[in-house]
Design a protein around this ligand. Structure first.
Ligand SMILES: Cc1cc2nc3c(=O)[nH]c(=O)nc-3n(C[C@H](O)[C@H](O)[C@H](O)COP(=O)(O)OP(=O)(O)OC[C@H]3O[C@@H](n4cnc5c(N)ncnc54)[C@H](O)[C@@H]3O)c2cc1C
Length: 404
């Protein structure tokens, strides 16, 4: 167990409080909750309800909007305690870590008062409608249209890779509202209800896409004349790119302070597995384990650096790209290591219905996507090159692609 950094008496007191609560309230089957983290399910939902009742959701948000008003240090302490206890810290997913923080920065007081408490209590469950068939890395090339009709906006277009759309009832959606403006300037950021008040679809059709893990957690999303009040436009009409930058900054760097905790846990499991397989004396395996341990430690130190930025109340900047690039490439490479370490066992699927995989196989396959979603590793390198190192911009872009 790595040394705990002293964060002061208030943080220590809060740490003790969280630890005690977790000790008394831990879910009966944390693994069942964990296995439902992406697709959802009864154990996940029951645990989310318990966390909500105890005030452990959206904890960094202001109290007046349903949060707990915790400081950046307290949020990090809480994440650490959940992680070290091996208990999944269920959140309100994209509502909590992407759209909520963007509303806090760019929404009006009325928008904050209306939308934020609905995320906290689970009324609104969001999915992200950014990517389109021809607009992924080059996100500002999106073609979905938004037309103002009286006091409503009417949205038509196609999105793709929409994670969790089947569980969502709201989409934070980017659409082009001024086709004549330069491509980054004519975009609006709309909170689109996916259903009408009578329960019928608000012009949404979802076509699930099967993933290599066997799950279908994302979809192609076809939107035909979906309506929302103009009140649901965040940051003002045609001004959605600024809001998008806040959302993407949180997607890249939001968890940076405690990213290491899950990998510390995974590392302990890897060492146990290496012992079980009897390969800890193998010179190559020992080299690889030392490699992995070193990277988890680097993530821990990088987390502390980020924590000091959080304390200084800096918004996630371009350095968040370093975090996204580092953990996603590590997660991919360490799962390759695991497959090799377990040898032929890695290739044998467990007994079970349908597309059964064991935990290691699932981690291996799922880790392929980390270097793609939220902006690819190549795009993160472009950001580091241009915005951190000050190298010349890519020749054919004005402000660049998805994640600038
Ligand atoms: C598991 C998963 C979940 C996702 N969930 C969502 C979601 O919920 N909502 C949503 O909107 N999107 C989602 N996405 C989509 C994701 O954001 C895009 O896949 C990603 O931004 C890349 O876009 P693309 O797939 O169109 O690839 P492209 O942009 O076509 O890129 C193809 C390749 O070219 C490289 N490339 C492109 N441009 C450059 C450049 N300028 N410099 C160097 N290399 C470049 C890329 O790195 C990549 O290797 C998800 C993706 C995955 C894998």
């Amino acid at each position: 167990m790595p040394m705990e950094i002293e964060l002061g008496p208030a943080a220590a007191e809060f740490r003790a409080e969280v630890r005690e609560w977790l000790h008394e309230n831990r879910p009966d089957d944390p693994e069942a909750v964990r296995s439902q983290l992406i697709g959802g399910g009864p154990e996940h939902d029951a645990w989310a309800a318990r966390l909500h009742d105890a005030g452990f959701l959206c904890v960094g948000w202001p109290k007046e909007y349903g949060g707990r008003g915790l400081s950046g240090i307290e949020v990090a302490v809480m994440n650490e305690e959940f992680g070290r206890a091996g208990i999944p810290r269920v959140t309100r997913a994209m509502g909590e870590w992407l759209v909520g923080p963007s509303i806090i920065v760019h929404g009006t007081d009325e928008q904050k008062a209306y939308f934020l408490p609905r995320i906290v209590d689970g009324t609104d469950r969001y999915c992200q409608g950014f990517s389109e068939p021809d607009a992924g890395s080059d996100l500002a090339g999106l073609k979905t249209r938004g037309v103002v009709d009286g006091d409503e906006i009417v949205v038509t277009g196609q999105k793709v890779w929409t994670s969790g759309a089947h569980r969502a009832n709201m989409m934070f959606c980017l659409c082009r509202t001024d086709p004549d403006a330069p491509k980054h300037r004519g975009i609006s950021y709309v909170l689109l209800p996916m259903k009408q008040s009578d329960g019928s679809s608000n012009g949404f059709e979802l076509r699930p896409i099967r993933q290599i893990t066997g799950n279908s957690n994302f979809s192609e999303t076809f939107i035909t004349e979906a309506r929302a009040p103009l009140f649901n436009v965040i940051g003002g009409l045609h001004n959605g790119w600024r809001v998008t930058m806040t959302t993407l900054g949180n997607e890249r760097g939001g968890n940076a302070t405690t990213q290491h905790v899950q990998y510390e846990h995974q590392f302990e499991r890897i060492v146990d597995e290496a012992r079980r397989c009897g390969v800890t004396g193998d010179a190559r395996v020992r080299q690889q384990l030392a490699w992995a341990f070193t990277r988890v430690e680097i993530m821990r130190y990088a987390g502390l650096r980020t924590l000091s930025e959080v304390v200084a109340r800096k918004e996630p900047g371009p350095a968040a790209s370093i975090n996204k690039m580092f953990w996603s490439e590590y997660a991919r490479d360490v799962s390759d290591l695991m497959m090799n370490l377990r040898g032929p066992e890695s290739l044998i699927r467990p007994e079970g219905e349908g597309y059964a995989l064991d935990r290691w196989q699932t981690e291996f396959l799922a880790s392929r996507s980390g270097t793609i979603w939220g902006g690819t590793a190549q795009v993160q390198r472009n950001i580091v090159g241009e915005r951190v190192l000050g190298l010349p911009k890519e020749p054919d872009t004005e402000l660049g692609g998805r994640s600038r």
